[in-house]
Design a protein around this ligand. Structure first.
Ligand code: IVH
Length: 677
């Protein structure tokens, strides 16, 4: 396809994919199947591969993430990101209303109440409707540039859906991880021997801080947008008008708001909000009350930390009292014995709680938790209920202290206790509990992604000793499967074809699937990219492993120990024989990119693209973009009305590239002739 046909088709695909994203993620009304969507996206990916200039910063392909970054650049917020002052009682909310009424010396105005989302604040910068930058709140003055990561969030438009966007707008809101996605993510992490995230907010913050956006793309992040910072080219009369405009632009706004001209109506709204708090897909930790008329904001003003026109009403963490009637033990994939509190069912923050994790033996002893105790459970924004303390006054003396057993409760092998770890583990690789969770992990989405192999089937297969290791999956026969309880021939076929397809999974997924302790999906990718084959990885020594980003001494030692274990080795070899991928082609070599190692600064207005777009194109060619000129800058790209940066560059003798020279550079990859300093 020639360049112009390709560019035409790419614009068509942009429009279609943007519409489908909007239908799916904002309206929740998809009009095509996932498969059809993937086909369109893959067509665009292929076009951009053949015609790299089509990979614009607003391309829907940005949603799959890009090359890992080395660090995040710092961004100064055009307007500081303040926080809200908190109230904890309805009286304090009424006091807030009193203060406002006094300050305004007018009797009527509306308030808007919306949920206070317990996530991570972000700011999105749109220039002429295109998302050019996204940053964290940081210290309120400046935050980290996390554009690449934010672009992978499906519900964030890369281009505002309006023909007349403002010249510039900073849209602010909250990134969160939906409750369901959070739970699923934690299961995969525990399976990989990684620590679970404490709550959805930590999981969100941890995800946004990752340098590899292609991993962020796999995290179930979402967003609600509810405020603006700097706006140039339009104004919003009221908060409700602002929310309506954001919605028009294709942004997700709070799913429920209450408007009332008297504070009593808002206080009733707070009760209604609390009653429905579990219906939201995100965690809320209260409500936010805002004056609706935005023209009053300047009059009401700001304190050093927060605006006077808004206030947060925060819920106290919810707690409940119940009886701990037993402590049971779960054996995980890595053999760790985890004690679990079995509780008399109790209502807590909208759900019935009957179990709580006790983490480890040390925690039980520290909190002096005994079987039969009356305990306080809490779910403060945390989905996983935890035991806060024992109600000592209610002890009868019949309670019994708890210690983990000396033998594995599933296979009866003596457990191992080490000085360095609080964990107690069962070291028997043949323990059915470990085999089951290993196979579940092996077959899970991020690993070999074996369709049709559900938990019950895994239990059956292991209990009947039809499989003992993941390698046995590849020798399963349809006839055998079809004889199992509740297994029809068609489902048996599905399982076999799922197993068959998994042979094509990329090498890194296979590495992750092996379930080496401390090797999560991210490290598996880095190991695969570095060693390119299982043989090379198996031959790697401690120092070579530690030289890889994010692989520390513990992870390196764990990898070495895994491949030194004869049982593990036999399984790996058998998997290799069954035809799974244990190699991968080398990644694209950065050193061959034309602008590798060169540092650019951009300033002024360019005629046919924004600075952000130009920057992204230069980065794709290997360049580094900085925000300020120094003697280490290799080139300054200067458009129309360039100011102080141009002067500084001239002073320092940094070569200057004008707009035509930039176009030429982007086309040809050839640096223009510029006088050298
Ligand atoms: S308005 C000037 N609205 O709560 C501050 N904030 O404790 C404007 N938050 O930093 C913020 N839900 O991250 C606003 N509906 C909502 C919110 C909300 C959550 C967060 C936000 C802010 C923090 C303040």
């Amino acid at each position: 396809m020639n360049q112009s046909a390709a560019s035409h088709r790419a614009s068509e695909l942009h429009l279609q994919l943007n519409d489908h994203n909007h239908n799916y993620y904002i309206l929740a009304q998809p009009t095509i199947t996932d498969r059809e969507y993937d086909d369109l996206l893959n067509e665009l990916i292929a076009l951009e591969r053949d015609h790299p200039s089509l990979a614009t910063p607003d391309s829907p392909t940005q949603k799959i993430g890009g090359e890992p970054l080395e660090t995040f650049e710092s961004v100064v917020h055009p307007i500081p990101m303040l926080s809200l002052s908190n109230t904890y009682s309805k009286q304090e909310v009424a006091d807030f209303d009193q203060r406002i009424t006094k300050l305004l010396a007018q009797t009527t105005h509306d308030y808007v109440l919306e949920p206070k989302i317990d996530g991570v604040a972000i700011s999105l910068h749109y220039e002429h409707g295109i998302l050019i930058r996204a940053c964290t709140r940081g210290n309120g003055h400046s935050g980290d540039d996390i554009t690449q990561n934010v672009k992978t969030i499906r519900s964030i438009p890369l281009r505002l859906r309006t023909p007349t966007p403002p010249n510039f707008i900073e849209i602010r809101g909250e990134v969160y991880m939906p409750t369901e996605g959070f739970q699923a993510l934690n299961l995969t992490r525990l399976d990989a021997g990684e620590d679970a995230f404490k709550n959805p907010r930590n999981a969100t913050a941890g995800s946004l801080k990752m340098l590899d956006s292609s991993i962020v793309a796999t995290r179930p992040l979402d967003v609600v947008l509810y405020a603006v910072g700097k706006v140039d080219g339009t104004t919003f009369e009221s908060h409700t008008a602002l929310l309506a405009a954001l919605s028009e632009y294709g942004c997700r706004t709070p799913p429920k708001t209450w408007v009332s001209s008297d504070i009593q109506g808002i206080i009733e709204g707070l009760d209604a909000l609390q009653a429905m708090r579990d219906e939201f897909p995100f965690q809320i930790d209260g409500g936010v009350i805002k004056v609706n008329d935005r023209s009053l904001y300047d009059r009401l003003g700001y304190t050093a930390k927060s605006p006077r026109w808004a206030v947060a009403y925060k819920y106290e963490p919810e707690q409940a009292e119940t009886i701990l009637h037993a402590i049971t033990i779960q054996v995980g994939r890595t053999g760790v014995l985890t004690p679990v509190a079995e509780l008399d069912p109790v209502d807590l923050a909208g759900t019935t709680v009957s179990r709580a994790t006790l983490h480890n033996e040390e925690e039980i002893h520290r909190k002096d938790i005994r079987v039969g105790d009356t305990v306080i459970v809490e779910k403060a924004g945390d989905i996983i209920p935890a035991i806060v303390r024992v109600v000592l006054e209610k002890r009868s003396g019949n309670e019994t202290a708890f210690n983990l057993p000396d033998n594995c409760p599933v296979c009866d092998t003596p457990v191992v206790r080490t000085e360095t770890e609080v964990a107690v583990r069962c070291d028997n690789l043949h323990c059915p509990a470990q085999i089951k969770s290993w196979i579940r992990h092996f077959a899970s989405r991020n690993a070999m992604d074996i369709d049709g192999l559900g938990d019950t089937l895994v239990d059956q297969l292991v209990d009947l000793e039809l499989i003992q290791t993941p390698a046995d999956l590849y020798t399963l026969r349809i006839e055998k499967l079809a004889t199992l309880d509740r297994m029809a021939e068609k489902s048996a076929h599905n399982v076999i074809s799922g197993v068959d397809k998994s042979r094509q999974q990329p090498f890194w997924k296979f590495l992750f699937a092996l379930g080496i302790r401390h090797v999560g999906a991210g490290s598996a990718r880095r190991l695969a990219d570095h060693y390119l084959s299982l043989e090379a990885l198996m031959a790697a020594d401690q120092a070579s492993l530690e030289a890889i980003d994010d692989i520390g001494p513990i992870v390196a030692a764990s990898i070495r120990a895994y491949f030194a274990d004869p049982t593990a080795l036999a399984i790996v070899q058998s998997l290799q024989t069954s035809g799974v991928q244990t190699t991968q082609p080398p990644p694209e070599n950065k050193e061959t990119l034309p602008l590798n190692g060169l540092s650019f600064v951009l300033t002024g207005t360019l005629p046919d693209m924004t600075r952000g777009e130009a920057g992204e194109k230069l980065i794709k060619m290997g360049a580094k973009i900085s925000s300020s000129i120094s003697k280490n800058t290799h080139f300054l790209v200067a458009g129309e009305s360039a100011g102080s940066k141009l002067i500084k560059a001239e002073k320092l003798g940094v070569p200057i590239i004008d707009a035509p020279a930039l176009s030429q550079l982007l086309e040809s990859g050839q640096l223009p002739e510029t006088p050298h300093p």
